[in-house]
Design a binder for this molecule. Structure first.
Ligand SMILES: [Zn+2]
Length: 196
């Protein structure tokens, strides 16, 4: 089932997510719905706060990035089919020289900005079977993980921009929160008068 994606301005996007356990109601259905919602919007990652749930859960499928022709065949192979569920994740290390990547977010349609992050992350998490994992990721996969991880910490990529950049996009962000935007997937806007 495709769920509405929460738009910029909704307080749920600012909350630090809570850990969940195996008794979380209908977790498998929720995870399936999150993948379906993400694919429908052509995203590579989706975090639970983006569908209105302040919990530490996000899903990633980096396959669309594998079509980037600037990458080596080896890099493409890593991205292709990289589909994961991250539950109760904690990033325990970020390493390397910060690099810029033009990020976007399904909760902030049509806004893309360069964001600086470190290239390598070590993350502890539980997979969809509640198996504990500790893994190291780099490149674009690390980037997607960092973006989604920020969501479960109540942080958006726009929070990481310079004061000047923030000022420049302020009006567009306000419009998004009011639903004054054309978007071809289902969204829920915080500042819109209730009607639907
Ligand atoms: Zn996002």
């Amino acid at each position: 089932m495709i769920l509405p994606i929460v738009a910029y301005g909704d307080p749920v996007l600012k909350k630090v997510g809570e850990d969940i356990d195996q008794n979380y109601p209908d977790l498998n259905v929720l995870i399936d719905n999150m993948f379906e919602t993400m694919y429908n919007a052509y995203g590579v990652g989706l975090a639970a706060p983006q569908i209105g749930l302040p919990i530490r859960l996000f899903v990633i499928d980096a396959t669309p990035f594998s079509e980037d022709e600037d990458l080596t065949a080896e890099e493409q192979d890593v991205l292709k089919g990289f589909k994961r569920v991250f539950i109760n994740a904690t990033i325990i290390k970020e390493e390397g020289e910060e690099w810029a990547f033009n990020e976007g977010c399904l909760s902030i349609p049509d806004v893309r900005e360069d964001v600086y992050r470190k290239p390598k992350v070590t993350i502890e998490y539980l997979d969809e079977n509640f198996q504990e994992k500790t893994e190291v990721f780099d490149g674009l996969i690390a980037r997607v993980i960092q973006h989604e991880y920020d969501h479960i910490e109540g942080v958006l990529f726009t929070d990481k921009l310079s004061v000047l950049k923030k000022r420049l996009i302020k009006g567009r962000l306000a419009n998004i929160s009011k639903g004054k935007i054309n978007v071809d997937y289902r969204m829920r806007f915080p500042a819109q008068k209730k009607k639907r």
